[in-house]
Each structure stands twice: as C-alpha cells, then as structure tokens.
Design a protein around this ligand. Sequence first.
Ligand code: SF4
Ligand code: SF4
Length: 124
Amino acid sequence: MTEPPASQHDEFSGPAYPGHGRPCNGCGVCCVEELCPYALLVLLGPVLGQRFIDRDERVEGPCEILEWDEGRAWCGLVRHPERWFEGGTAELGAAIRKDLGDGTCDTTRSSDEAARADHEESLR
Ligand code: SF4
Ligand code: SF4
C-alpha cells in the first residue's frame, strides 16, 4: 500500500481544497480531518464503528486508509478494496466510491463558507 506521509495535510503539497459540490480533486482534507462512516466500520470494527455512527460522534483523522499517490489523496477502500475486505472486488470499490459522493466533493469546511456560497449561487 502507498503509505501516507507522516506529516499532516498542511505539510502535504496536494491540490487545494476545491469547495463543496465541486469535482473531487483528491485534496484529502476530508479524510485527514475526520474518519468517514466506512473508516469507522473498517478501522474500529462493526460494533464500535456503528456505535460512533449512531451517536453521530466525530473521530479525528487522518484516516489510516487514505493513500497519497500521484500528487493527490485516494480512498484505499475504493482503490484497493482487496486490502481491506476479504474478497474485496473492484465492483465493491466502485460502489463505495459512488456512496462517498461519486467524484463530487461532499465535504463542507466551516472555513470555506464563502466558496460554498459561491458554488450554491452558481447552481441557481
Ligand atoms: S471529497 Fe472534497 S475534501 Fe475530500 S478529497 Fe475530495 S475534494 Fe478534497
Ligand atoms: S480514506 Fe476512505 S475510508 Fe478513510 S476517511 Fe477517507 S473516504 Fe473514508
């Protein structure tokens, strides 16, 4: 597996966060800041992970599953499902990708209110 750098995101020279609703460019901000539900289930196990999900509890990243390669971040569950699920297939990876926003950034940063407002305006 491609190992993430030991550093946090601000030291990684990946692409800049594009803004909610824009095409995902692999900036990695979402997965560095917080574990998604898939990460909770895979890394904490189904019982504990589900408990966090049910309580809507935030677990800080960076996510161990995140891969840095080709100058950007990738979800390891999507890119290499076989490494995380016994018998994991490309179809499973594709289904997870679809559920995670299907290539569109679904992450909102409180520090990015202006970018989000711009984007929402552009959709009107
Ligand atoms: S979903 Fe958004 S925050 Fe996450 S890697 Fe893609 S562009 Fe970055
Ligand atoms: S790397 Fe994948 S599993 Fe980890 S938080 Fe990001 S989307 Fe979720």
